[in-house]
Design a protein around this ligand. Structure first.
Ligand SMILES: C[S@@+](CC[C@H](N)C(=O)[O-])C[C@H]1O[C@@H](n2cnc3c(N)ncnc32)[C@H](O)[C@@H]1O
Length: 351
């Protein structure tokens, strides 16, 4: 199979995690790491297995960034002219995507202030691509979702370069097929996958998510480490039902319990994975409504000596509380998702 230039797009802050996953799993060789993207070369059709990326694309064409002025937008159509569409269709199929390019939809983003909108960019390129392919173009300007089967193109302007990408899969990779049920505050699956990777779960490890919601962390853990024993708890019956349904075909045990009093023996968890309800879309209920500090005490109690917890924090203000409960933060990674900053923190319990 011909080697292809691929681009994995990701949550800002996860670029090193995505690069590490590509290298660790032998999926390709890294050629460039930029804002929310990792460029790599791959000659095997494995890119669609990357779990920490939002999506994976073929690099279709690159040119200079057109700057801030509205007049520059028309020049972006040259990217569409430069793309080798027959080769891209072949590579997309070789790497596990659909064969024919039967319609076009484009999603654009740029860094910095511009005197044009993303829709101006999308339409400039979309109409040019559709004309070359002799297929229909779906503009996102009206707000309607693109019809199924359209090829997904992406344009980024990063201040230096304009880049045109073609999505390999029929739909974005971050939309996991297992997520049949959702709940408020449910975790973005690639972020959950990054937390699982950070936890370094070994075969046979007991992994606990004290506030499992729809089960995203445990399902991603099952995919990365099928030999782990996975237990999820949540106060909400709706969340428990959602997690059970989402994890249906996986060995994940889910039960209704309060994270302030987990049905787990002292030192019974080798790993804790958690995205607790810090008061954004969801708040602590039950025993933790009065004192969220008790959450840390319970995590400390269930963690085995030398055990690891990976916790998503809304800010560094929670760090001293975890430390006061005897845990040591050993790795901290800042991420930015949908405009909000969060921190992935790996903690260890004393031996
Ligand atoms: C941010 S959500 C977790 C989302 C989850 N990681 C997912 O991907 O769907 C927080 C969860 O904590 C649960 N929760 C709130 N208070 C709790 C408590 N005292 N014990 C257990 N779960 C609690 C909520 O019901 C909610 O499902």
């Amino acid at each position: 199979m011909t080697a292809a230039s691929l681009v994995a797009r990701c949550v800002h802050g996860l670029e090193p995690t995505v690069a590490a996953e590509i290298l660790r799993r032998g999926l390709g060789t890294i050629t460039h790491i930029g804002h929310r993207e990792v460029h790599f070369r791959a000659s095997r059709a494995l890119a669609l297995n990357i779990r920490t990326a939002d999506d994976v694309f073929l690099l279709a064409a690159q040119g200079p960034d057109v700057g801030a002025s509205r007049q520059g937008v028309a020049a972006l159509a040259e990217l569409a002219d430069a793309a080798d569409l027959a080769a891209l269709a072949r590579l997309r199929r070789d790497h596990g995507g659909p064969g024919a390019l039967t319609g076009v939809e484009v999603s654009a983003s740029f860094l910095g202030r511009r005197n044009f909108t993303r829709y101006d960019v999308e339409d400039a390129i979309g109409y040019a691509l559709a004309a070359r392919l002799g297929v229909g173009y779906h503009s996102r300007r009206g707000g309607a979702a693109p019809p199924p089967g359209h090829s997904g193109w992406r344009v980024t302007l990063d201040g230096e370069r304009a880049t045109l990408l073609l999505r390999i899969a029929a739909r974005p990779l971050h939309r996991r097929a297992y997520k049949r049920r959702s709940i408020p505050g449910t975790l973005h699956p690639p972020l959950a996958a990054a937390m699982v990777a950070m936890a370094g779960i070994e075969p046979g490890d007991t992994v606990v998510d004290p506030c499992c919601g729809a089960g995203t962390l445990l399902i991603e853990a099952a995919r990365q480490q099928p030999g782990a024993r996975l237990y999820g708890f949540d106060l909400s019956e709706r969340a428990v039902t959602a997690a059970r349904e989402n994890a249906a075909e996986l060995p994940v045990c889910v039960a209704r319990a309060d994270a302030g009093r987990l049905p787990v023996p002292d030192g019974g968890a080798d790993r804790v994975l958690a995205n607790p309800p810090w008061g954004g879309q969801v708040s602590f209920g039950g025993l933790l409504a009065a004192s969220a500090a008790r959450w840390w005490a319970e995590v400390r109690r269930v963690l085995a000596p030398g055990g690891t917890a990976v916790v998503l924090l809304p800010g560094v203000g929670e760090l001293p509380i975890g430390i006061r409960h005897g845990l040591t933060p050993v790795h901290l990674q800042r991420v930015r998702l949908a405009g909000a900053e969060s921190f992935l923190v790996r903690w260890t319990a004393p031996r």
